[in-house]
Design a protein around this ligand. Structure first.
Ligand code: ADP
Ligand code: GLC
Length: 489
């Protein structure tokens, strides 16, 4: 099968969260099972072309969007798994400091146009390099317009007549909803600006249009697929997701264990394994030193690595964090960036609680690995979580996840059973400060007074395996079903 994957992110080139991880990893597994995969992303200013050996490929690719025609460049490189990645090079749209927003976290106002352009350019590129995709796989709202482009703008084009389209929703809350004027610039007709397709409360909603036009839609865990079918989990799109029937499914993300594995991780000070955890103690010491925490192997250290946005639930934890830190024998290692208010709150903690809270505001992949390895626990109090990757990484690092039982967090973590010592982490249900607080007290109680159980939990956690092989097989089955749908139409 020829599989075209179009995305706003692909690790290691451009990543702000799990979307980058997924698009950086899944294609290799698809390719390994005998498919020809091509990835298309923008050439952002932040992408280091030298480091990743990104070379010019096409100097002039014409892309028509609505009434305008642009000429862009295309560069090329490969993922670690040798899957070709094409970078759409149009400085006017992509040579900016951030991927989606400026340094004040304000979205670029022309985002709908930038990503519609990427979407159209990806299809034009296929024609240019004579790569006929069997599957066109769009991701999130940014590229959700692609299925409609294929079905409408290329309706009479034999090049795409056998192409089926897939839309993966990594987060249903981000829908790409904008003033309807942006819709008219895509070149799509007003007959598709209806309540069941692109129109939503008078605006254009790109994710909604994608849900309608994609042959099959999936999201990144079964739990989240179920939650998004019911209000308020679908953020207003639950009806349209339900309309898809069996063509809306959940497929859990896998993990790239070549990147996230304490036995081989090159970014941590000391590697370790399930049979010998001495390296983990070294990592804890290193992390404590690096973030200005008191060096103490016996204290419970909780790690946080996150985008600081409402979804992740830290505004709730913030309410009780001060009393938790002041009243308990606990340390926090925090890495994150996002919401200004949360950034301010977290960055004030080290001064208020010297030696007990270590914080780095920003994006730092190396520190993310060190926190995974050096912490005893990993906190994810998400309000909702489509899949979540950090809790799965944490399992492999023997860093017990403390999670709210939602979406992919609920699907991947088994709650600690105090009677038997079974489980892989700690879960709470209510998205409230009280629930999180009480659960953390339970965690501390277990850490300080039930060491044998903690050791058992660590062993259980580290032997979990969420491989991409299994998930890629499910993606391939879904692709097959989508192809069948278009041939039987
Ligand atoms: P989401 O995609 O919603 O942000 P995931 O858990 O799926 O959540 O993936 C988050 C990914 O982004 C992980 O690989 C995590 O390590 C990384 N990440 C998030 N914030 C940071 C940060 N500030 N610095 C480094 N890596 C980060
Ligand atoms: C989104 C979700 C996250 C998921 C990631 C990759 O960013 O918030 O839960 O793991 O996409 O699918």
């Amino acid at each position: 099968m020829n599989i075209l994957i179009v995305s706003a992110e692909c690790a290691p080139f451009a990543k702000t969260g799990g979307l980058g991880d997924v698009v950086g990893a899944l294609p290799s597994y698809l390719e390994n099972s005998g498919n020809n995969v091509v990835i298309v992303i923008p050439l952002y200013l932040s992408i280091n072309t030298k480091k990743y050996k990104i070379e010019p490929e096409i100097s002039n690719l014409e892309v028509t969007l609505g009434n305008e025609t642009f000429s862009c460049g295309v560069m090329k490189s490969y993922t670690k798994g040798r899957v070709p990645v094409y970078f759409i090079d149009y400085p006017g749209f992509f040579h900016r400091k951030g991927l989606y927003h400026d340094s004040f976290y304000n979205d670029y106002t022309d985002n709908p146009f930038r990503f519609a352009f990427l979407s159209k350019a990806a299809l034009q590129l296929c024609r240019h390099i004579n790569y006929k995709p069997d599957i066109i796989h769009a991701n999130d709202w940014h590229t959700a317009v692609i299925p409609a482009f294929v079905k409408r703008l290329y309706r009479n084009d034999p090049f795409f007549e056998n192409s089926a389209s897939i839309l993966t929703i990594h987060n249903v809350a981000y829908q790409g909803q904008y003033n309807r004027d942006w819709y008219s610039k895509t070149g799509l007709g007003w007959e598709d600006f209806t309540q069941d397709k692109f129109e939503h409360h008078g605006d254009v909603n790109f994710l909604k249009g994608g849900i309608h036009f994609a042959d099959i839609v999936n999201t990144v865990s079964e739990g989240y697929a179920a939650e998004t079918r019911i209000a308020p989990g679908g953020y207003g799109l639950e009806y349209f997701l339900n309309q898809k029937g069996n063509d809306y499914v959940g497929i859990l993300n896998g993990v790239d264990y070549t990147e996230w594995n304490p036995e081989t991780d090159k970014l941590i000070p000391s590697v370790y394994s399930i049979n010998d955890l001495s390296g983990k103690a070294e990592c804890k010491k290193f992390l404590q030193k690096q973030l200005g925490l008191q060096v103490d192997s016996d204290v419970a250290l909780i790690g946080i690595v996150s985008r600081l946005v409402e979804q992740k639930g830290f505004h709730i934890i913030a309410e009780c964090m001060s009393s938790l830190i002041s009243s308990s024998n606990i340390q926090f290692a925090i890495l994150g960036t996002g919401d200004n208010k949360l950034e301010r709150f977290f960055s004030g903690l080290p001064q208020r609680f010297p030696g007990k809270a270590g914080v780095y505001i920003g994006y730092d992949n190396e520190l993310a690995h060190v926190i995974e390895a050096g912490s005893d626990f990993f906190l994810m109090p998400s309000i909702y979580e489509p899949c979540g990757l950090n809790q799965i990484y944490s399992l492999k690092y023997g860093t017990l996840p403390i999670v709210r039982a939602t979406g992919g967090l609920n699907d991947t973590i088994v709650n600690y059973d105090q009677k038997t010592g079974e489980g892989t982490g700690f879960k709470f249900n209510e998205p409230s400060c009280k629930a999180a607080y009480n659960t953390i007290l339970w965690v501390l109680d277990t850490f300080y007074y039930r060491k044998l159980h903690i050791n058992k939990l660590i062993q259980n956690a580290m032997s979990q395996h969420f491989s991409w092989d299994d998930s890629a097989t499910k993606y391939l089955r879904m692709y097959g079903r989508a192809l069948q749908k278009i041939t039987t139409h």
